[in-house]
Design a protein around this ligand. Sequence first.
Ligand code: G6P
Length: 389
Amino acid sequence: DMLDKGGFPHYMLKEIFDQPNCLRDCMRGRLFAEDDMGGNDAYDPSTGYADPNVHNDVVLSAVRNNRDRLLSASRFIIVACGTSWHAGLIGKQLIEHYCKIPVEVDYASEFRYRDPVIYPTDVVIAISQSGETADTLAAIKLAKEKGACIFGIVNAVGSSIARETDTGIYIHVGPEIGVASTKAFTGQLTCLILLALALGHTKGTIDEKEYVDMIHELNAIPAKIEEVLKHNEDIRLLARTYTYATNFLYLGRGWNYPVALEGALKLKEISYIHAEGYPAAEMKHGPIALVDNMMPCLFVATHHKGYEKIISNMQEVKARGGRIIAVVSANDDEVSKIADAVIEVPDTLAPLAPLLSVIPLQMLAYHIAVEKGLNVDMPRNLAKSVTVE
Ligand code: G6P
């Protein structure tokens, strides 16, 4: 058992620590980043030889082989459940930003029962770790009947959802055992980033410099996650201070808003602490009423657009006695003046911020649950894959 867990006490912690290598696996053969010497590991799968003409590129066969269908899409609709739905919220921002195609994101269970408007020109993206979630499977069957193209972002090879799709990308992060999803989430985000970049580049809606910068930064992400993982012990100690909490608020803006939702979900799932994720600016329309000195608030406040605004949200919480934990970019000296605790993540480009900022939230949820003596790999009432409605 310890062997399966690679020496870690739980699958969840192993899977958190596996993320750098999992993302390398996910990007292998898809992301080609020129090194400083001008070389890269690009190869042509048809010949098996390195292609010296491929430099700084994202190559997805799903995009190459379905170019016209994807480029002529009037709209993308992302359907998913749970953590995969949170990845979808970030996918919407990525595809709209890089491809200039409108994107809707829906819970599969709501989509399928709503009598949704689906056009044959739509592309429906199903995101699923297990590939067996009943609602997601039913949602794509419905969309298929209406003539939409079905694109899968799935981890389990040969799963029901994978078989139902027209095309797609496998996440390739290996089997996920812990019920609370970790590496599948960052793998899903990586796939969505690759998709948005490949499609935007093919369509001509991403400028060359931004494309190359993103490729280099994405290539550097696994090593940056390794940096974040070094905070594990600090986060374990921090977690001890928060086992008393019965409520938690997670706040973020922009790219980090879905990260706040995901952080809150992680905590709920395994520590049984009620946690609410919210867009930070919406806080004043409700959740702020709950803030007192028994309400820890976690802010995802990396140094990107909306940073100044989130600091003022933080001050509002502080003024009401709330305890503040903040995830910040390296060398931030503003937030530490306000927050009770800060966790630093390396700097990166804004669209990649979630890949780093979610890691401390996974670790925090894990350690709070362990500290409370709970079964983190198999939390009560939850199933790894929900194959019934
Ligand atoms: C369950 C799992 C979650 C997961 C969700 C969707 O609720 O506990 O971790 O995010 O199902 O699963 P899927 O396999 O479709 O990504």
